[in-house]
Design a protein around this ligand. Structure first.
Ligand code: EPZ
Length: 443
């Protein structure tokens, strides 16, 4: 799957894929607020499951077929990276929502110019070591929300016998005798480190135990796919994963789990704008603490035929929240929840415990009239009767969408700039909200 140009053109009626190639950096989204939402929103496969699932394509020469694939720029970038390793990624099926991955690894180099575009590229390291016993992967570097080190990934691979050297901004890894199982205890929960080591352990010699492992539904989805490929994994869904390495993995077909962050984002949209929406394909059991916080805030989430129904009951109430690893309140929903709290009655204390710099949406929301005081890793939000539209700038994926949500409730026009952040993680957000009555357009 190369850049957009060389993908098979979509069949009749398929959604134009080009729309989802990260837009272009001057795209902006204009919202005229004040309209309640009514209608259905399709929830697609999770970005943060699709990315590690694509790297699982490196674990076998046989064909891995992923369905319920979201049309997102980040997955295009992962496709470019896998192509660089020799794995052909083709969109098949109508709408291009099925990815077929196949081929033999021809290069173990993950170059900086691809990795810098998407940090999840580091997830090729474990699979490359497991299959080729060596890899040269660019360090992903930080991003707007934090330094994002990968020390837990590297320490775990060293425990499995890899020799790791950092030089020239690259991880140089080698394990001539092949990876060996190990008992790995994470000092704190890391989604990416759990994923990298889970994949590496699947083909290591012997048993690996990952303790204090991340339990996000995207991890369980990856583990389920690896089991379908022949891996032997116990403890899926818990914080202790036990993996018996096997000699080889075979191909499989796997539907990507629905995106719980997309689900939560549109639930917040309904809470902020008012009205009632149905989130088709969404799963309540993956919303965990988020559904509880939304209920306390006055947003009802209920299971209906085909997904979830979300509506604002009466007024919104300020609700304290703290981000935590799953099943706690997800950090990827912190910005969206802050937008909701901006127009709730009363105050809310929001504490971010996962990333060191994830309040960059706060000053932008303040420009729309929100009353937010940030003190270190906590922010006090005092609800206001309504926000005023304004030109605002996005700095990361979830901050971007929190500004769109605020625009739905604001009086007047809100122009959200730099929406390429948005396209990395949200498919056609203006079309999905527009179909429910929002006055929103990409300009
Ligand atoms: C994944 O990032 C997600 N990305 C993030 O979503 C999400 O916010 C994060 O998990 C937490 O849930 C993908 O799945 C592609 P971590 P990841 O390793 O794996 C520190 C989005 O918006 N840490 O769980 O990078 C790290 O700096 C993105 O979709 C180390 O110190 O997150 C962070 O403070 C944003 N050393 C904390 O741990 C390490 O080796 C949690 O990071 C690894 C992580």
């Amino acid at each position: 799957m190369g850049s957009g140009a060389d993908w098979p053109q979509p069949g009749p009626g398929a959604e134009p894929l080009a729309l989802f190639f990260g837009g272009c950096c001057v795209d902006r989204i204009l919202i005229r607020g004040g309209r309640p939402l009514h209608g259905d929103i399709p929830i697609r496969g999770a970005k943060n499951a699709g990315l590690p699932l694509m790297t699982a394509g490196l674990l076998t020469d046989e064909r891995l077929v992923l369905s319920n694939v979201p049309l997102l720029a980040d997955l295009d970038t992962m496709g470019d990276l896998l192509a660089q390793h020799g794995i052909a990624v083709e969109r098949v099926g109508n709408e291009g929502r099925v990815l077929s991955l196949g081929g033999r690894i021809t290069s173990t180099l993950a170059p900086y110019d691809i990795v810098r575009k998407m940090r999840a590229s580091i997830l090729v390291l474990g699979p490359l070591l497991a299959r080729c016993r060596e890899a040269k992967v660019s360090l992903p570097g930080g991003c707007a929300i934090g330094a994002r080190p990968v020390d837990l990934h590297l320490k775990g691979l060293e425990q499995m016998g890899a020799e790791i050297r950092l030089e020239g901004g690259y991880v140089h890894a080698a394990v001539p005798q092949g990876l060996r199982g190990a008992d790995i205890l994470f000092p704190f929960v890391s989604v990416g480190a759990t994923e990298n080591l889970l994949m590496a352990a699947s083909l290591a010699q012997g048993r690996t135990v990952l303790s204090n492992a991340a339990r996000e539904p995207e991890i369980s989805d990856l583990a389920d796919c690896l089991v379908a490929m022949g891996a032997r994994i116990e403890g899926i869904g818990t914080d202790q994963l036990t993996i018996e390495g096997v000699a080889a993995l075979h191909g499989a077909e796997h539907p990507i789990v629905p995106d719980r962050i997309e689900t939560g984002t549109y639930a917040c949209a309904a809470g902020i704008a008012g009205g009632e929406v149905r989130l088709l394909g969404a799963r309540l059991d993956h919303m965990a603490a988020l559904a509880v916080a939304l209920a306390e805030a006055g947003v009802e989430v209920s299971e209906v035929e085909g997904g979830l129904a979300v509506r604002r009951l009466n007024g919104l109430h300020g609700t304290d929240m703290k981000t935590e690893p799953y099943p706690g309140f997800p950090t990827d929903m912190q910005a969206q929840f802050m937008s909701l709290m901006c127009v709730a009655e009363g105050a809310a204390m929001i504490t971010e415990t996962i990333f060191e710099n994830r309040f960059m949406h706060a000053p932008e929301l303040s420009r729309m009239g929100a009353r937010i005081n940030v003190h270190g890793s906590s922010a006090i939000v005092r609800g206001v009767r309504s926000l005023q539209g304004a030109p605002v700038m996005a700095t990361d994926l979830r901050a971007s969408v929190s500004l769109v949500l605020a625009g739905l409730a604001a009086r007047g026009e809100t122009m959200v700039n730099r929406v390429y952040h948005l396209d990395r993680g949200y498919e056609a957000v203006e079309r999905k909200l527009g179909a429910c009555g929002a006055d929103i357009e990409r300009v």
